[in-house]
Design a protein around this ligand. Structure first.
Ligand code: IPD
Ligand code: CA
Ligand code: CA
Ligand code: CA
Length: 263
């Protein structure tokens, strides 16, 4: 028999898929608000998605906590059930019509990352995972690659675009990684980057100082697909603070981590 939590997650998957139609709507004339930091924006679509998803989640699991990127004052504490929402991961891509953004939702239960729901409406791909039950794209099981070395790997990375003060370090380590791996990619959507590692379309990903909503859902998808995600010190990621993240197929994790740490 399906548990109440499974039923709630089924409903949350349906909700995310339905609300994602907003990402496909015309951006012409939409309001774009500048946030603090470098080239950091939020669009009317981000806010509309967030409002609809939060409203839906309140009906699905009443009394759960919700941490969401565009909420003015998030209470960064984990309750019994805490949803962590990025209403649009890849806002800059959305503004430019680049067609590479998603809704990313994670559920932390009793302090443990329990479920991930990441939907890319452009490819109609729904990445899902529940702890101990595997990872899927549109219901088909996914798994990480078997690449054993960085030399056999394709790596995607993030530039920490809203804090250009991180650029020296990001591009220094990226040069070192680029020289050792097959090639690098930069997509503009951290959650899909991590899901692509989960689906075996990339071998690894890294970015300095991501926020919990960038990786909360995708990290469960990755771990259930057999991969590994940590901070740059090799520790488990925080779900209440920002963290520099490394996601990989597991085999290349240490090699990638050593280069990021200049070892
Ligand atoms: C951003 C994207 C981007 C990453 C940034 C994130 P947003 O999220 O994931 O790829 O480089 O660090 O903040 O602002 O589009 O939700
Ligand atoms: Ca994000
Ligand atoms: Ca966002
Ligand atoms: Ca943002």
């Amino acid at each position: 028999m399906e548990s109440l939590l499974d039923t709630a997650l089924d409903q949350a998957e349906k909700l995310v898929r339905e609300v994602s139609a907003l990402l496909l709507s015309d951006m012409e004339g939409r309001e774009i608000i500048t946030k603090s930091g470098d080239a950091n924006f939020v669009t009317e679509i981000d806010l509309m998605v967030q409002e609809k998803v939060i409203k839906g989640l309140c009906g699905i699991l009443p009394n759960s906590n919700i941490i969401a990127e565009e909420t003015k004052a998030n209470d960064f504490t984990l309750g019994k059930y805490t949803w962590i929402l990025d209403p649009v991961d890849g806002t800059t891509n959305l503004m430019y019509g680049y067609k590479y953004s998603c809704i990313a939702l994670g559920l932390v239960a009793d302090g443990i990352p329990y479920a991930g729901i990441v939907y890319n409406p452009y490819l109609q791909e729904l990445f899902t995972a529940r702890k101990g039950k595997g990872a899927f794209v549109n219901g088909r099981p996914i798994a990480v690659t078997g690449s054993r070395t960085l030399g056999d790997s394709l790596i995607t990375f993030g530039t920490s675009p809203y804090d250009k003060g991180k650029a020296d370090e990001t591009f220094r380590v990226t040069k070192n990684i680029f020289l050792k791996c097959r090639d690098v990619r930069r997509s503009g959507c951290a959650a899909l980057d991590i899901c692509n590692v989960a689906a075996g379309r990339m071998d690894g990903f890294y970015e300095m100082e991501l926020q919990p909503w960038d990786y909360a859902g995708a990290s469960v998808v990755l771990e259930e697909a057999g991969g590994c995600i940590t901070d740059w010190d090799g520790n488990s990621l925080s779900y209440v603070h920002k963290a520099s993240a490394i996601a990989s197929n597991g085999h290349i994790h240490r090699e990638l981590n050593n280069i990021l740490r200049d070892k």
